[in-house]
Ligand binder design. Structure first.
Ligand SMILES: [Zn+2]
Ligand SMILES: [Zn+2]
Length: 264
């Protein structure tokens, strides 16, 4: 049994690392290495990210993913004894249900994240649990899983909790995890790629942006949401300057520098 648990853990940890390197690594290469100048006008905080902070983000993230993989063992054995609602045959539910389960997982996670995040910002919880994530006041994509081990447990607990009552196919779980990683990396990107005016649209404003989470890292007690802005709107926890800050970055234009004419 121990050997089986170790094999499951290794496999899930490998998948987690691939997800992390693929999304955070590619985003880092595009925005921080190859096209840094090309996207300079979309940078949210103009100063460069401290290299030492990137190292810390990386170290904490790969450790957190070990804990995420350990949660995978809980799910694996829990499924064996029938605690979790994972179905392996597509025919067990309709294709419409498959898509519904992914959407439901995203909405449930959004609510879970908002409220556990508010909890972690309580004065007596913050230094012990959430401060590590806030060491990145100008986050890079490598900060996506930069958590204290206790926070990693809280963040990864959503999946087993959901699977207690929401039947999901393994491919639906994987789709949800890929979406989660992509959105998480976007929140820590340090660049805003959404179009200007998006927050003036009643549907567009429900979507969270990179500026939204970047402000959370810089200003701390505001903008707690994950995928959507619904909870921040309902609880009035958006920063008063959020829309203004988004527009400032999203509307900034790239300045083309003309090559100087050759004299003589
Ligand atoms: Zn926070
Ligand atoms: Zn963050």
């Amino acid at each position: 049994m121990l050997q089986e648990a170790l094999a499951v853990w290794t496999k899930i940890y490998a998948i987690n690392l691939v997800r992390y390197f693929l999304f955070s690594g590619v985003a880092y290469l595009i925005f921080y290495v190859f096209f840094k100048e090309r996207f300079a006008h979309k940078r949210i905080q103009k100063k460069d990210v401290d290299k030492e902070k990137i190292k810390a983000e990386f170290k904490y993230s790969i450790t957190s993913l070990m804990i995420f993989a350990a949660m995978g063992i809980v799910i694996f054995f829990g499924k064996k004894v029938g605690i979790f609602q994972i179905y392996s045959e597509f025919s067990e539910h309709s294709i419409a249900y498959f898509f519904f389960s992914v959407l439901a997982a995203i909405l449930l996670h959004d609510t879970y994240f908002y409220w556990t995040h508010r909890f972690m910002h309580l004065k007596w919880v913050f230094p012990k649990v959430h401060l590590v994530h806030h060491l990145s006041n100008n986050p890079s994509p490598w900060a996506a899983f930069s958590f204290h081990p206790t926070e990693a447990v809280i963040e990864s607990a959503i999946l087993p909790l959901m699977l207690l009552f929401l039947p999901m196919h393994p491919i639906a779980i994987l789709t949800f995890l890929i979406y989660m990683t992509a959105m998480n990396v976007m929140g820590h990107l340090g660049y805003e790629m959404y179009p200007k005016g998006m927050l003036q649209n009643p549907i567009g404003r429900l979507n969270n942006t990179s500026v939204h989470h970047n402000m959370h890292h810089r200003l701390v007690n505001c903008n707690y949401g994950l995928y959507f802005n619904v909870w921040d709107l309902l609880m009035k926890t958006n920063h008063t300057k959020y829309q203004e800050e988004f527009e400032r970055v999203a509307a900034s234009e790239r300045v083309e520098i003309e090559p100087s004419p050759v004299n003589g």
